[in-house]
Design a protein around this ligand. Sequence first.
Ligand SMILES: NC(=O)C1=CN([C@@H]2O[C@H](COP(=O)(O)OP(=O)(O)OC[C@H]3O[C@@H](n4cnc5c(N)ncnc54)[C@H](OP(=O)(O)O)[C@@H]3O)[C@@H](O)[C@H]2O)C=CC1
Ligand SMILES: CC(=O)[C@@H](O)[C@H](O)COP(=O)(O)O
Ligand SMILES: [Mn+2]
Length: 383
Amino acid sequence: MKKISLLGATGSIGLQTLDVIKAHPDQFKLVSMSFGSNISSGINIIRQFQPHFVAVKDKETYEKLKLEIPNEEVKIGYGQNALIEAAIFDGVDCLVNAVVGSVGLVPTLKAIEHKITIALANKETLVTAGHLVTEHARKYGVDLLPVDSEHSAIFQCLQGENPKNIERLIVTASGGSFRDKTREELTDVTVEQALNHPNWSMGAKITIDSATMMNKGLEVIEAHWLFDIPYEKIDVLLHKESIIHSLVEFQDHSIIAQLGTPDMRVPIQYALTFPNRLQVKNSKRLELWEVGKLHFEKADFNRYKCLQFAYDSGKIGGTMPTVLNAANEEAVAAFLNGKIKFLQIEEFIERAMDKHENIAHPGLEEIQEVDQQTRNFVQTLIS
Ligand SMILES: NC(=O)C1=CN([C@@H]2O[C@H](COP(=O)(O)OP(=O)(O)OC[C@H]3O[C@@H](n4cnc5c(N)ncnc54)[C@H](OP(=O)(O)O)[C@@H]3O)[C@@H](O)[C@H]2O)C=CC1
Ligand SMILES: CC(=O)[C@@H](O)[C@H](O)COP(=O)(O)O
Ligand SMILES: [Mn+2]
C-alpha cells in the first residue's frame, strides 16, 4: 500500500490523481493533502478519502474548514508551514505535487530531505530552482517522477535506453487556444477565448500558458532538469492533435514516441505505479485509423515570444528562470483577473528579464528573494 500526500487536491491534476487512488484502493491510500480555498471541493475530498492531515492556503479557509470538519476527524493547518507538513506527513511514501506555482518549491525540497519520492506535476518548482531540486534529489537519492504528459512520455521512451545515446528530446506542443491566430489578431483576445484549449481540460493558469506558449517554454526547462539534457538538444514540435505526447531521438536517428488519447490519468498513474502499468478506468483507447492524419509544424519563435524567453532564460541560468516564472505567474494572474491584455503578459516578462541582474549560483534564499522582487516589479507594471 503506497501512502500518498497530494498537494493541490482540488485542482485539475489533484482530482484526476484522486480518480487514480480511488480506482486502485488496494494500491494507494491518501494520508495527507492540501488545497487552496475551494472549501466545498476540499470537504468532499476529506469526507471521501479521510486523510489524516489537511493544509489549506490561509487562515480564513482554515477557520471555515474547522467549522465543517470536527478536529478529531482530521488535523488541519494553514499557510506554507502546513503545506510542508502535508508534504512530509508521517509515513508518506510518495508526494504528488499538483499545486500551481512556485509555492510548491519548498515542500518539494523538504519531502526530498525526508526521502519521499516526488511525482511532479508542478513544473514551476523545477523552473524556479531546478538546480536546487535536482541536486537535492541526487544528494538524498530520491526519484523525481514526471507527471507532466510530455515528460512522462519522454520518461517512458527512455526506459531501457542508455541516456548517453540520446541525440535530442522533441517536446510536442498543441499551439494552444490561439494557434490559428496571427500576432495582430491577439490584440484584443479575451480571457474566455484564451481558456478554450483545443485538446485538454486543465487549470486556468496552464491553459493561459499554453496560449502564450510559455507552458512549452516551462516544459523545455523542466525537461532540461529532469533528463539532464542541454537546451541545444531540446526541440519543440507543433503537433495540433496532442496525440504524440513527446518523442526521443537517439544517435542512430531512431525516434521513439509515446502516444495516447489526451488523458492525464495515464501519466499520473504511471508515475505512481512505475515501473508497472495498471489499467486506467474508462480511458479511451487510441485508434490511429480513426485519427487518419497527424500534423506537425516547426515552432515559430517570433509568433510565440514566450517560448524564446524561456529558452533564453534557461541558457542564461542562475536566477533568470526564477524571474521568467515569477513574472509569468503575476502577469497571467493579472490577465485572468482582467487587469491586463493578453500581449502584455509577454511584455511584462521581457521587461522583468531585461531589468534583472542575474545571480549565477543562487541558494534558496536568493531564489526566494528574486521571486518576490520580480513579483513586486511586475505588480508596479500592472497597476
Ligand atoms: N491540469 C493539467 O492537465 C496539467 C497540469 N500540470 C501542472 O500541474 C500543476 C497543477 O495544475 P492544475 O491542476 O491545472 O492547477 P489547478 O489550478 O487546477 O489546481 C491548482 C491546485 O493548487 C491549489 N493552489 C493554488 N494556489 C495555491 C496556493 N498559493 N497555496 C496552496 N494551494 C494552492 C488549488 O487550490 P484551490 O483550487 O482549492 O484554491 C488547487 O488545488 C501546475 O504546475 C500545472 O502546470 C502539468 C500538466 C498538465
Ligand atoms: C496535459 C499537459 O501536459 C499540458 O502541458 C498540455 O500538454 C498542454 O500542452 P500545450 O502547451 O502543448 O498546449
Ligand atoms: Mn505538459
